[in-house]
Ligand binder design. Structure first.
Ligand code: IMP
Length: 223
């Protein structure tokens, strides 16, 4: 089976390739020549993951009219950090949380990915300063659109599947470790006393929100 992963995030792509079973080939957006930025205009993780998968599925449909390549579907992941003491925030605003300033003037936009990750982590630590309830979870929603070829060579949507995966944990008091990406150095998964930034990638990839969502996806596909 050949699936396109609708994400420009190289860290997510790496993880997805490590987690997916060997009989599922994962193509990146650059491998299919998709270079647009997809605007995440939805108000939920569910809506945004569907927007990403649909945008790329439409692009693949157009492209396959010209090239006779076989692709079975496209999937997208949208992930949010949900902090208990903040009523589930930043949730759908996780990617650019550092810019949300509760009505006051927002911080200037950053263009460097590592600086955005660092600013987001600083925001998480600042928001939870002095807070004893540090419970939180990562939640990933994956939308997969399976397609099939029509006689006209146009692609037709065969089936849409949406699954999710959660890992519970807590926000550390400070940053630990440099592994992973995003909020990993401040997130301690349940059952461990180290952050995802400190734990080996194999451990993160066996218990993470993304790995649980992908396992649910594979299970649905095999049904
Ligand atoms: P999105 O799903 O691309 O909108 O991702 C939202 C943001 O969540 C990313 O920019 C990261 O900051 C963060 N994020 C997503 N997945 C992870 C993860 O596995 N670990 C840490 N942070 C993550």
């Amino acid at each position: 089976m050949k699936l396109v992963f609708a994400s420009n995030n190289a860290h997510k792509l790496d993880e997805v390739r490590q987690i997916m079973p060997a009989d599922v080939e994962v193509l990146s957006l650059s491998e299919i020549g998709f270079e647009q930025e997809i605007e995440e205009t939805g108000e939920t993780l569910e809506a945004n993951s569907e927007i990403k998968a649909r945008t790329v599925a439409a692009f693949i449909g157009e492209r396959l009219k010209v090239k006779g390549e076989r692709i079975d579907g496209v999937f997208a992941d949208d992930t949010g950090l949900e902090i208990d003491a903040l009523g589930g925030k930043p949730g759908v605003y996780t990617a650019r949380w550092y810019r949300l300033n509760d009505g006051m003037s927002a911080a200037a936009p950053l263009n460097d990915e590592m600086m955005i990750f660092a600013a987001n982590r600083a925001k998480a630590l600042q928001e939870l300063k002095g807070e004893t309830d540090r419970g939180a979870q990562f939640r990933t929603v994956i939308t997969l659109i399976l397609v099939e070829r029509e006689k006209t060579a146009l692609l037709k949507e065969k089936r849409t599947i949406q699954v999710s995966g959660i890992v519970r944990g807590r926000i550390a008091e400070e940053e630990y470790g440099q592994g992973g990406f995003g909020y990993d150095p401040v997130f301690i998964p349940e059952g461990y006393d180290k952050t995802f930034g400190e734990l080996p990638a194999e451990i993160k990839n066996s218990i993470s929100h993304r790995s649980r969502a992908l396992q649910a996806l594979v299970k649905t596909l095999k049904r």
